[in-house]
Design a protein around this ligand. Structure first.
Ligand SMILES: *[C@@H]1O[C@H](CO)[C@@H](O)[C@H](O)[C@H]1NC(C)=O
Ligand SMILES: *[C@@H]1O[C@H](CO)[C@@H](O)[C@H](O)[C@H]1NC(C)=O
Ligand SMILES: *[C@@H]1O[C@H](CO)[C@@H](O)[C@H](O)[C@H]1NC(C)=O
Ligand SMILES: *[C@@H]1O[C@H](CO)[C@@H](O)[C@H](O)[C@H]1NC(C)=O
Ligand SMILES: *[C@@H]1O[C@H](CO)[C@@H](O)[C@H](O)[C@H]1NC(C)=O
Length: 460
């Protein structure tokens, strides 16, 4: 008898996967234990935004780093961009084995909503890329959630793009349902723009169409610097601001580096306390690797990883801070938000591009992803964007006929987008958030100065 049990447990542990994380009210829960789940994580972007790398497509990269994630004691990583032409089974399995969940941004530099021309960039070719990424990650139980966009709105002037963020959220939620995937939360990661902080959150979570409301909100917040406090940092005001919000909120980036010497990460004590837990569900430190902007916890050189003092400080804080016990003040039945009134543009969520309706019915082709080459921002007009591509051995042939072989039409598409609006997007991104955004603009300008394209909505 004993032998049988032991054998059974070996067999089951060999195929065990992490229990899915579910949203209930304004908190996350472990679907197996029923316990509240708090994100304890880091933003994982080796290579930074200037050397776009999919760390989950390369077993050498993820297996180099996962031991450090375990040592830090984290349970989640956020990855900003993946290559949807690559296989992710190995790294997702290694993360799963290490007890680590993934929050994934679904955009790539040129397949994202453009802050300059959101209407054009919101097209079926774009959605096809997003859905190909959703297809790829939906079957992993350790996919905690998807971000439909990151910092698309990064100042007051770009607020008018918010209906497009809702449109992408809606389309992803509809697609996940239509494909019968697990109910994976879809959210938005917000830049900390003080003038619109509350109204934008409410807008993303308002309206009678439940598909067009976010399932979770990430806020990129660098307000706690050094030896601060719940009150001095402004965390207290944010708890008050978001009190009553109906879905989970967490810090999708934190870790102010405006300190002399190393970051003490004393905010950990606050984030995982009952002062915050009624409204917030943990957060992710920006960022795992040092990429030149002094936010790294480790320095990477080829295969070797060197931990920095920030790493030691963070590890110490995590290990001495446990999650609050019990429900910790979560609320189950808050109403969704009221839509803001008095905005100087239409808040109507745009309809799904008609050609994308087919994706809900038939899915996208298994080879629909174009990875980091995907370039859909300028494909607002199907006729001009159309390029002939071979539809190879796919099970869903209708969706692929006018697909982007993105790079082929890339520069034509970019000329249509040329504008001077890009400058403000990049400069305000660097003010409103310490994310990696500004760098990608600089790189893009130097490559395509003639076109001045801004890849808004991606990393900014
Ligand atoms: C970019 O990242 C890859 C993978 O980590 C690395 O092999 C390559 O050397 C990097 N390139 C530059 C220019 O840093
Ligand atoms: C999804 O995962 C299950 C269980 O791990 C597996 O049996 C199934 O084949 C997977 N489906 C796809 C489409 O990969
Ligand atoms: C709305 O008003 C704000 C501030 O008054 C301004 O910055 C923004 O550009 C306006 N947006 C539109 C779409 O007119
Ligand atoms: C939303 O639903 C409520 C209740 O059914 C209704 O009173 C309201 O007019 C609806 N709002 C919109 C914008 O459709
Ligand atoms: C391909 O498209 C044709 C015409 O729309 C359809 O009859 C056929 O069943 C499709 N094949 C597959 C494999 O989906």
């Amino acid at each position: 008898m004993k032998f049988t049990l032991a054998l059974a447990s070996i067999v089951s542990s060999a195929i065990a996967t992490l229990p899915a994380i579910e949203v209930k009210g304004n908190a996350f829960f472990d679907s197996d234990s029923g316990d509240r789940f708090y994100i304890r994580g880091v933003d994982y972007q080796p290579g930074g935004s200037s050397n776009l790398t999919d760390p989950l497509a390369d077993k050498d990269i993820c297996s180099r780093d996962i031991p450090y994630f375990k040592d830090l004691g984290i349970n989640t990583v956020r990855v900003y961009s993946v290559d949807n032409t690559q296989d992710h089974d190995d790294c997702m399995k290694l993360l799963d084995d290490a007890g680590i969940y993934l929050i994934l941004d679904v955009n790539t530099p040129d397949a994202s909503i453009s802050r300059h021309d959101p209407g054009c960039s919101y097209n079926h070719n774009y959605l096809q890329q997003v859905f190909a990424t959703v297809d790829m990650f939906s079957n992993y139980t350790n996919t905690l959630g998807f971000f439909a966009a990151n910092e698309l709105i990064n100042d007051v002037d770009s607020l008018y793009t918010a209906p497009y963020a809702k449109a992408v959220v809606r389309d992803m939620k509809k697609y996940i349902k239509a494909r019968n995937y697990r109910s994976i939360p879809v959210g938005y990661s917000a830049a900390d723009v003080s003038q619109v902080r509350g109204e934008l959150a409410d807008y993303l979570n308002c309206g009678n169409d439940s598909d067009a409301r976010i399932d979770m909100l990430g806020v990129n917040d660098y307000s706690w610097c050094g030896q601060s406090s719940f009150t001095i940092s402004g965390y207290k005001e944010k708890v008050a601001l978001y009190d009553g919000f109906s879905v989970p909120i967490f810090l999708s980036e934190f870790g102010c580096n405006e300190v002399s010497g190393s970051r003490p990460f004393t905010e950990i004590g606050s984030i995982y306390s009952t002062q915050m837990s009624g409204v917030f569900s943990g957060g992710l430190v920006y960022e795992y690797s040092e990429e030149g902007s002094k936010y790294g916890l480790v320095k990477i050189d080829g295969d070797s990883v060197t931990t920095l003092t920030d790493y030691d400080n963070l590890k110490k804080e995590y290990s001495s801070t446990s999650d609050p016990t019990g429900d910790a003040g979560y609320t189950e039945n808050n109403d969704f938000s009221e839509c803001p009134t008095g905005w100087n543009f239409s808040i109507t969520v745009p309809d799904t591009p008609s050609k994308a309706e087919d994706y809900f019915k038939n899915g996208v082709a298994s080879d629909a992803g174009n990875g980091f080459d995907a370039d859909t921002q300028g494909s607002c007009d199907d006729d001009t964007y159309e390029v002939s591509t071979t539809v190879g051995g796919s099970s869903s042939n209708s969706s692929k006929t006018d697909d982007s072989s993105a790079t082929a039409s890339g520069s034509a598409a970019k000329t249509a987008l040329s504008s001077s609006a890009s400058g403000s997007a990049s400069s305000s991104a660097s003010k409103s958030s310490k994310g990696a955004a500004p760098e990608i603009d600089v790189v893009k300008y130097s490559w395509t100065t003639a076109f001045l394209v801004v890849a808004a909505g991606f990393f900014m």
